[in-house]
Design a protein. Structure first.
Length: 489
């Protein structure tokens, strides 16, 4: 519509546009059909399929800048210098009117629609849909969705005018715009009922859902409405239409997003474990993982590392799992069968500094609270008590809250526990972190009734575990009740 309305003199001068890729292809195709020369500026990191498609449609592509705002400046300068007509991707009434036809299609195909959810970058698509839909059905709610790392509309709406966001960052390049357009901003402020933001995890999970469940290849910007629905499904009045506004995704990015989305959905788990360097140790670990139905994608076995003791080997595994619950089961299977660990984490979770060992399950190493520890043997920085870390996600293999106070356990002359306190909320995955000899294994054995402490109290899921008789461990690596745990845990 915008190019078709140009005069013959304007067509002769050619057109220039700036876009992350979708608008670029539309300009290139329309210009070719009308016999108009087109030049398109795109960010240097634009997905290769978008760049290739734009060139195939007949445009000259120039890569400039990192975000759309920088390419817009370059395109305007080109138009000023050459006389070419600048075709803005969102800040022009003709562009908004053309995108408004999407709203008309929605009303035609789903007349009973209650809410329309649409991605929001510069604002052209959301503004066009809002104008068309509100004119015919003012009761329909319009919800715009922005990536949290490139959300210029919330501060702009609060200020009453477009406010730029410095260095917008998101995988959703189609809505990675640093400042709303003047024309669409006025329409969005008047007609769009709500603007929401979604995280990168939300975007990758939505893209994965579109592929797995709907068999749709959607780019992250196009999947943003689905991300908003998944993040808060009960807050939208139905029927709901999610506008999937683009499918031009780079295969390399798609691979990375799928991997990230599966990790966010608890489908991947990374384990880094220390084992005794002896024949059969790795085979025993793999047997444990087989029993809990974890699929090994990759494995690395290291023996020559200055951090390792003479008799230790380190194994790093990348596993495919079935979800967060299965991640907890896999971690519990490893830890509960006497497999000593070093930093059990979900892929992408932050790792704690240093190289502490872990007993128990730690899907994400997020420090939540500090309890007791073993100051008797001088472990930890400055002989302070060893902090314990619990996770915010997942579930514990021992359902219910875990509470311990003043646990003391001595093996001969060695004091393994010296006043350990724990207060773990219900439904939390527990991980005990600290250097060798900090008493982590002994704590786990007390909580699982394998041994009794000399003093203290412990309650798991409302059961006083100290009143139960010690049970024999099913694992050959468990220490006898009258001996201290190995320092290689």
């Amino acid at each position: 519509m915008r190019i078709a309305a140009l005069s013959e003199q304007e067509r002769a001068a050619g057109v220039v546009a700036a876009s992350a890729g979708n608008h670029a292809q539309g300009v290139a195709l329309a210009a070719s059909l009308l016999g108009v020369r087109s030049t398109v500026f795109m960010p240097q990191g634009a997905p290769l399929p978008k760049v290739a498609a734009t060139r195939d449609y007949g445009a000259e592509v120039r890569l400039h800048g990192q975000v759309v705002d920088e390419t817009l400046s370059a395109a305007r300068e080109y138009a000023r210098r050459t006389g070419a007509v600048f075709i803005h991707p969102f800040d022009h009434p003709d562009i908004i009117a053309g995108q408004g036809t999407v709203g008309l299609e929605i009303l035609e195909q789903c007349p009973e629609v209650g809410t329309i959810v649409v991605g929001l970058g510069g604002g052209g698509l959301a503004a066009g849909i809002a104008v068309a839909v509100k004119a015919l059905r003012p009761d329909v709610r319009i919800v715009g969705v922005q990536a949290a790392g490139a959300a210029a509309y919330p501060p702009s709406l609060a200020a009453g005018h477009p406010v730029p966001v410095e260095a917008p960052v998101t995988m959703a390049d189609g809505i990675r715009v640093g400042c709303p357009g003047v024309v669409p901003f006025r329409i969005v402020a008047d007609l769009v009922d709500e603007v929401r933001t979604v995280s990168e995890d939300d975007l990758s999970s939505a893209l994965l859902l579109c592929l797995e469940r709907a068999k749709l290849v959607v780019e992250p910007a196009g999947a943003s409405p689905v991300a908003a629905l998944l993040a808060d499904p009960g807050s939208f009045r139905g029927p709901v239409v999610a506008v999937l506004s683009g499918g031009n995704v780079d295969p390399v990015l798609l691979q990375a997003v799928l991997r990230h989305g599966m990790a966010a959905a608890g489908r991947y788990l990374s384990l880094r474990l220390r084992l005794t360097d002896r024949p059969g140790a790795l085979a025993a670990l793999l047997e444990v993982l087989t029993q809990v139905d974890a699929n090994v994608l990759d494995i690395s076995h290291v023996r020559t590392d200055p951090r390792l003791a003479l008799t230790e080997a380190e194994v790093e595994l990348h596993l495919e799992t079935k979800g967060p619950g299965h991640c907890a089961e896999v971690g519990g299977g490893a830890a509960g069968r006497g497999v000593p660990g070093d930093d059990l984490t979900a892929e992408g979770a932050p790792r704690l500094p240093g190289a502490p060992t872990v007993d128990g399950i730690a899907a994400r190493n997020i420090p939540v609270n500090a309890g007791g520890g073993n100051s008797q043997r001088g472990t930890g920085p400055g002989n302070v008590k060893i902090p314990y870390y619990v996770t915010q996600t997942g579930r514990t293999s021992m359902p219910g809250a875990i509470y311990a106070e003043g646990l003391v356990k001595t093996f001969g002359d060695v004091k393994a526990l010296d006043g350990v306190d724990l207060d773990v909320p219900e439904g939390t995955v527990l991980g005990l972190l600290g250097p060798n000899g900090a008493g982590k294994t002994t704590t786990v054995r007390v909580l699982t009734t394998l041994i009794k402490p000399d003093r203290g109290s412990a309650v798991v899921a409302g059961i006083d575990v100290l009143k139960k008789s010690p049970t024999k461990s099913a694992t050959p690596s468990a220490c006898p009740d009258n001996s201290p745990p190995s320092t290689n845990t």
